[in-house]
Design a protein around this ligand. Structure first.
Ligand code: WTA
Length: 651
């Protein structure tokens, strides 16, 4: 457990120059906002929604709880998300840079709000010409770039529901998502550049579309990124450039209900296939925008950079939607942190004068290892605020980030949140919250966060428990696509009374400050390099291999990645040893890479004649986790059917 060290509490307010203009000033203002939400919960959110969003038709109802836990926010209001991200900035910010695109090869392009608006309108008109209509699904499988944002915004403009699939997922994963979301269109590119290499991407779409489950897909739109030769199906494939060639550069937005689904984003749970997390238009955008203001203190003069790929929720909220809704200038980065070398991030910050930098602990730890002294060789004086997301940031990495990157001037916003929460849940606010390395500190105003026991009762501070959110909030998940039952069971379990949103993380609060520390997942979800992965998915992938009889997957702490993946495998044939075992490990890793994607490849595979099971046949994962860590088994193993197996699985 991560103990809070009180000596490390640093107060940034009121002397901190970098955040002197912060949106919320001081702890009193924070307390006042929390009190406001407490006193009139709906009024608190309604006021923000009225102030921050442009409505086509104003809402009268704030929160409809009649079908809880299927909550509806501002349900009788109408708006358009893309209008809120683009059109409303044109008058004041038409010439302002919306996107500074930093390509893998180090070249960059600036795209103004007007340019972006026109590209989105043209592309939306192109989509319309294909007969797409509000509510249709569109899968986007593209590398990072301006066009992926254009594609997402164009969908939003027409009320099409996009589902972005991370480019690192395999064609099989793509098929799984296509089968569930039933898109009519897929948007992809010919190839992609990553770390100086040219790599295919459309080929995975071609492969996916050969499957029976993908028959719903009518057309594939292909953006030309690399110009490489690719296979082409004239009856199905359309060039992006051809689609937009003669389209007008304005396009009336589709005015949709506040509750109209904006997107689906698939994420891993502890059981079954990835779930299609469904977000609604207004509530989601409200929080994406308001967290840009309160957490990141966004100003017109800022250059914001969130390094996440749009394939993940962070890239949705803090690349594709939040910064644009705020009218901010942001860097969009195609490359990787280690190409051409480990100073790439620092070069980009220096070059584009980034003032707010939001990244993941894994990236920070990698860069410490590969070149801890490199930030000092760059002019990072433009920075005023730092952010961290996706996994717990260990105090050592926090301190390095704070001193070496932030020059001891920039507060770090350690933002805890999830795909399902749409935006920040627990985070410090600049100019407000005294920081403690390793703690995400306090709830975002309005979010009613608590730590509870197995029956849903709040535990005392200093005692660990389940992290829950007690009241519905605007940017919350609305449903799991095609699976409302699973939505209820996963997030509003009856054991806890059926009303609390269960985040799936363990947490503890500091007795004195009330600060939250996240203790990691309480379910079988791993967090590898900030990527969420279900152990069950990896197990299913392994078992799908003809040689494998049984598999169990657990996580093990890892210095850089946070967690690494350890798989225990029982083969149908003999347990291999020596070179045969080594070769099989490699081929099973490659297999998982093809089944799910390279990010899911086990770091370690151990073969056994069996797995440790109770007499009723349940795999004892607790023991497997201990074995993976190399711990001595001190737990009671008397219920174990086959204790001898533990010795075999030790390494
Ligand atoms: C973990 C990413 C500790 C947590 C935005 C959560 C964190 C899961 C933090 C969601 C943080 C995210 N400190 N843990 N600041 N941020 N997590 O859906 O386990 O990809 O449940 O969303 O990441 O991952 P997801």
């Amino acid at each position: 457990m991560n103990q809070l060290n009180k000596e490390e509490v640093r107060v940034f307010y009121p002397d901190q120059q970098t955040v002197s203009q912060a949106a919320i000033q001081g702890m009193q203002a924070y307390d006042a906002l929390c009190a406001e939400a407490e006193a009139d919960y709906e009024g608190f959110w309604a006021k923000l929604a009225r102030e921050l969003l442009s409505w086509h038709k104003p809402f009268k109802t704030v929160l409809d709880e009649s079908d809880a836990p299927f909550y509806q926010w501002f349900p009788d209001g109408e708006l358009n998300v893309s209008y809120n991200c683009l059109d409303r900035h044109l008058e004041k910010r038409g010439n302002k840079t919306a996107i500074l695109f930093e390509a893998d090869d180090g070249s960059s392009t600036a795209v103004s709000y007007r340019d972006l608006y026109q590209s989105v309108c043209k592309f939306a008109n192109g989509l319309k010409s294909l007969g797409l209509k509000t509510g249709d699904r569109v899968v986007i499988y593209m590398p990072m770039g301006v066009e992926v944002i254009v594609a997402m915004q164009a969908c939003a403009r027409l009320g099409l529901i996009h589902s972005v699939v991370f480019g690192g997922f395999s064609s099989k994963s793509l098929v799984e998502r296509i089968e569930d979301a039933q898109p009519r269109i897929i948007i992809t590119s010919d190839g992609q550049f990553r770390g100086g290499k040219q790599m295919p991407i459309k080929s995975a779409v071609d492969e996916a579309l050969q499957e029976e489950q993908s028959r719903c897909v009518e057309k594939v739109i292909v953006f030309k990124r690399t110009g490489e030769a690719i296979s082409w199906d004239d009856s199905r494939d359309i060039r992006w450039d051809d689609l937009v060639a003669n389209q007008p550069d304005s396009c009336e937005p589709a005015w949709v209900s506040a509750e109209h689904p904006l997107f689906l984003l698939y994420t891993s749970g502890s059981t079954g296939k990835p779930k299609g997390v469904q977000h609604a238009s207004a509530g989601y955008l409200l929080h994406a925008l308001n967290t840009m203001r309160w957490t990141f203190d966004i100003k017109d003069s800022d250059v914001f950079w969130c390094t996440a790929d749009v394939g993940w929720i962070t890239g949705h909220s803090y690349v594709a939607y939040g910064p644009l809704a705020a009218g901010a200038t942001q860097v969009v980065f195609e490359g990787i942190p280690t190409y051409p070398d480990a100073s790439r991030f620092w070069k980009v910050i220096e070059k584009h004068k980034v003032s707010i930098f939001y990244t993941a602990p894994t990236a920070i730890r990698t860069l410490i290892k590969l070149g801890g002294d490199l930030p000092a060789q760059h002019d990072l004086s433009s920075l005023r605020l730092l952010g961290s997301v996706g996994e717990p940031i260990n105090p050592e990495a926090w301190k390095w980030f704070y001193h070496e990157v932030g020059g001891g001037r920039c507060p770090i916003m350690d933002t805890f949140w999830q795909t399902e929460t749409g935006g920040h849940v627990i985070t410090p606010l600049p100019g407000v919250t005294p920081l403690v390395p390793g703690s995400c500190t306090l709830p975002f105003p309005g979010l009613d966060v608590a730590v509870v026991d197995e029956s849903g009762n709040e535990v005392e501070r200093g005692i660990g428990g389940f992290l829950v959110i007690r009241k519905p909030w605007p940017s919350m998940i609305r449903n799991i696509w095609n699976d409302p039952e699973r939505y209820k069971q996963s997030y509003f379990p009856e054991d806890l009374g059926g009303k609390l949103y269960l985040a799936g993380d363990g947490a503890i609060r500091d007795p004195e400050t009330g600060y939250f520390t996240i203790m990691g997942r309480i379910d079988d979800v791993l967090n590898v390099s900030g990527h969420r992965m279900g152990t069950m998915e990896i197990e299913s992938a392994l078992v799908a291999n003809p040689l494998v009889a049984e598999a169990a997957v657990v996580g093990k702490p890892h210095d850089i990645k946070g967690e690494s993946i350890v798989a225990y495998v029982v083969l149908k044939g003999e347990r291999p040893t020596g070179d045969a075992a080594k070769n099989l490990v490699e081929s099973l890793r490659a297999w998982v890479g093809k089944e799910i994607g390279p990010i899911a490849k086990p770091d370690e595979i151990r073969f056994g004649d069996n797995l440790p099971k109770t007499r009723s046949g349940k795999i004892m994962r607790r023991l497997l986790r201990a074995l993976a860590r190399g711990d001595d088994i001190t737990a009671d193993i008397s219920t174990l059917e086959n204790p001898a197996i533990l010795q075999q699985l030790k390494s």
